[in-house]
Design a protein around this ligand. Structure first.
Ligand code: SF4
Ligand code: SF4
Length: 380
């Protein structure tokens, strides 16, 4: 994208920013960095100045535009309704058009092109997480036709810390009698990392492939444990089948009596993942699932639902600026500690990685679990 195209698409929207600053206390990056260029208002000012020809794209604009977590918290409090996250992601396309972007993104784009996953692993290994389940036959959970496709996503497929998420989800669906299949090596990355990288034009082949697989399987629904995959399918793919996040399916299985839950004694809080809560509107089902487990004392974080604070893992910031990502994760951990909870539950593999990694590095005694793990442990 070039600046002329940016002007056409973004000028009217960015001109609505009246610089009131209401968004500042809600931007996690501004809260840890404290500089105007790290704030939504500052990024909007940069966008506007670039469009008006008062500022050139540079390494400085790159640093500002690529330090946004894409969490969307700024927009929720903006009385002018400025969709800052969307404007910033469009800015990224422009930065890419000018060659001013974090070059680590090229590596991810190359991996996605060659192996169709973000880690450059052999894509045939996507079902490796099945090794976590005892005595499974080879190719388990892979069927030619099924009612539901379980779309696992790259992080849960290839990052060892997150592989228990699909293993638990598959066990729960099996117990609940859901007719599902995984796509194994035929699942390709949904393309979400390319949106954050400012390269959405490179998503086409991934999308076409995944949509074709849904047709071949003849599925009526797709279930996702990854909120970002869910969000991408819902807002970019628009397939002709129902889409569910795992938390919705878990809540349904509990309501229908398909799975029964035994007692867990713990004080639990819940972290709303940005792409599940604020960006997709799914707030209640994860809470319904947690509350359905006998013995749990549930406490809310001070900032919850629409005002949830990002874990630090969004917007490709962990890849581009791990130090900044870690500082935001610390802010999250401080908020969790203030609740007195001994366990934080989330419903996103990236939140799990970001929060658990920071807690481990800081030697914080906290259980960090995905909703699927909590349910699998409670299942009787
Ligand atoms: S983005 Fe919205 S809340 Fe933030 S400064 Fe602009 S108008 Fe105010
Ligand atoms: S999307 Fe999140 S990180 Fe980005 S400017 Fe808005 S509040 Fe800050």
């Amino acid at each position: 994208m070039n600046i002329v195209q940016l002007k056409k698409l973004s000028y009217e929207a960015v001109a609505k920013c009246n610089r009131c600053g209401f968004c500042l206390p809600n931007c996690p990056v501004y809260r840890v960095e404290g500089t105007e260029s790290a704030s939504p208002r500052g990024r909007n000012a940069i966008t506007r100045a670039v469009i008006e020809g008062k500022l050139s794209l540079s390494a400085d604009t790159e640093a500002s535009i690529f330090s946004c977590l894409g969490c969307g918290a700024c927009t929720k409090v903006c009385l002018s309704g400025v969709a800052t996250k969307d404007l910033i992601f469009r800015d990224r396309e422009c930065q890419v058009g000018e060659g001013l972007y974090p070059k680590i993104a090229d590596r991810v784009a190359r991996f996605l092109d060659a192996e169709h996953n973000i880690t450059d692993d052999d894509n045939a290994e996507r079902g490796e997480w099945r090794e976590l389940i005892k005595d499974l036959p080879e190719q388990a959970f892979e069927k030619d036709h099924a009612e539901v496709i379980f779309f696992v996503g790259c992080v849960a497929s290839f990052f060892p810390m997150a592989q228990k998420i699909p293993a638990n989800m598959a066990r729960i669906m099996q117990k609940g009698g859901v007719d599902f299949t995984i796509l194994g090596g035929e699942e390709w990355c949904c393309g979400f990392p390319l949106i954050g990288a400012g390269m959405p034009d490179k998503m086409k082949a991934l999308m076409e492939h995944n949509l074709e697989k849904v047709k071949v399987v003849g599925a009526q629904a797709i279930v996702f444990t990854c909120p970002s995959c869910y969000h991408t399918w819902k807002h970019v793919y628009h397939p002709d089948v129902e889409l569910y996040h795992a938390s919705q399916m878990l809540a349904w299985m509990i309501r229908e009596g398909r799975i029964a839950l035994g007692e867990i004694k713990a004080t639990v809080t819940y972290h709303d993942p940005c792409d599940l809560g604020r960006n997709s509107g799914i707030f209640e089902e994860p809470r319904e699932v947690i509350r359905a487990i006998p013995g749990i004392r549930f406490v809310e974080l001070a900032s919850n639902r629409q005002l949830s604070v990002c874990c630090g893992g969004g917007g490709n910031v962990e890849m581009v600026n791990p130090e900044l990502s870690g500082k935001v994760a610390q802010m999250k951990l401080d908020e969790i500690a203030a609740t007195g909870a001994d366990m934080v539950v989330s419903a996103c593999q990236q939140c799990l990685r970001t929060i658990a990694t920071r807690a481990r590095r800081q030697k914080i005694d906290l259980q960090v679990k995905d909703l699927t793990e909590l349910v699998a442990e409670a299942m009787i």
